[in-house]
Write a protein that binds this ligand. Structure first.
Ligand SMILES: Cc1ncc(COP(=O)(O)O)c(C=O)c1O
Length: 395
């Protein structure tokens, strides 16, 4: 047996849950990602999606992707830097920059590669990067790839952030990076306070709008817009894989920083560009987002309904202020069990366990889409209530 095989032969954590019949990962869906999906011949209510705008099954988005596939083919066979730039990439970058009120933007093949590449590149030796403890894994990896000194502060704890910042040299470049909406708990970064500290300690600020885009702000511009702080945020990152019904991501900012990244960001230059179909789908979703404000209104109607109902039924839902509703379980085994019980009764939710959270903070993540109806939400609440009671997670 080789060294690798020797090391991993004892990694049997997933098998433990498979044997117990509660393994919740890689469950195959056989339909479009909508409020209801088909799995194993059954209809299942989908509350585990990130498609907040509900556009993944939209005929216009699908049609745009079809047309791009027909016109440009299935892939670009190279990076944006060399042979992989299409006119629709350029158009999408221009429209995203306008949408986010920034000078310019770059599109990447995934949201993960935006954070991994941009953060690693914009700060280097002699600089500092400061992250919230609960920042997304892609931010953590970008931070790890950078030669800057890496620091972090307790989740949303502004005193702790200030404690970190006051020790740093005034003239040094100091980049604070935060999730605008935290992806598992649904709470928002305290952007007004962070911006105050940014000015007080002469820092720069990057906000990840993966879960803010399509949900917060005018026409779904994100949490920076929601707080009226777009001009105070140096770099805005977003993904196409959630509200923009596709896959890919972008960074938007001032002309000079984007010019630098366009010619030096390794995950942009040394990785193939987002596919024609993915690019066209994101572009169409961006148009629909701006043309149909009722979509955002409905998302908030069902979100507020779900928040109210979960509170009424005695669920512990933490500090969420978004369509991401954490239902705390605080026990790893029970988190798997309640996910399975819900699934058996027709509700798809995602278990969140370490390393995505602390061991005592395990939860199931319930997320809304603009395409959900109030009736579907109520059905979801009822099924989850029964499952949580059966396992004595709630009274
Ligand atoms: C906060 C945050 N940032 C970045 C990403 C990465 O985006 P993508 O999945 O589009 O690569 C995610 C996705 O899970 C996320 O939740």
């Amino acid at each position: 047996m080789g060294q690798l095989q020797e090391r991993y032969k004892n990694y049997r954590e997933p098998q433990k849950y498979m044997a117990a019949g509660v393994y919740p990962y890689f469950r195959a869906i056989t339909s479009k990602q909508g409020p209801e999906v088909e799995m194993d011949g059954h209809k299942v209510l989908m509350f585990g999606s990130n498609a907040y705008t509900g556009l993944t099954g939209d005929e216009r988005v699908i049609e745009a992707a079809h047309k791009a596939l027909d016109k440009y083919g299935s892939g670009c066979a190279g990076s944006r830097f060399l042979n992989g730039t299409l006119d629709i990439h350029v158009q999408l970058e221009k429209e995203l920059a306008e949408f986010e009120h920034k000078d310019d933007a770059l599109c990447f093949a995934t949201g993960f590669s935006v954070n991994a590449g941009v953060i690693a590149m914009v700060v280097g030796r002699g600089d500092y990067i400061i992250c919230d403890d609960r920042d997304h894994a892609s931010i953590v990896d970008g931070r790890r790839l950078s030669f800057a000194t890496q620091l972090h502060y307790k989740h949303n704890d502004m005193e702790d952030l200030e404690r970190v910042l006051q020790k740093l040299p005034k003239e040094a470049i100091k980049l604070i990076v935060v999730d605008g909406v935290f992806s598992m708990e649904g709470d928002l970064a305290k952007l007004p306070e962070i911006v105050e500290l940014k000015h007080k300690y002469n820092c720069s600020l990057m906000v990840d709008e993966a879960h803010g885009l399509g949900v917060f702000g005018k026409q779904g511009r994100g949490v920076c817009d929601h707080f009226g702080l777009t001009d105070e945020v140096d770099l805005i990152m977003g993904t196409f894989s959630k509200s923009l019904a596709s896959i890919g991501g972008f960074i938007a900012g001032d002309a000079d920083t984007i010019n630098f990244l366009r010619h030096s960001c390794r995950t942009y230059i040394f990785s193939a560009s987002d596919t024609p179909a993915a690019t066209a789908a994101a572009l169409e979703a961006l148009h629909i987002l701006q043309e149909e404000p009722s979509r955002l209104e409905h998302l908030w109607d069902v979100t507020n309904y779900a928040l109210k109902r979960f509170k009424e039924e005695g669920f512990e839902i933490g500090d969420t202020e978004s369509p991401i509703i954490p239902l705390y379980v605080r026990d790893i085994e029970k988190t798997f069990m309640v996910t399975k019980l819900a699934f058996d009764n027709g509700v798809f939710i995602n278990p969140v366990i370490p390393p995505a959270c602390a061991p005592q903070d395990t939860l199931v993540r319930f997320a809304l889409m603009a395409s959900h109806t109030q009736e579907q939400v109520e059905r979801g609440v009822q099924i989850l209530k029964k499952a949580f009671k059966e396992l004595e997670i709630i009274k």
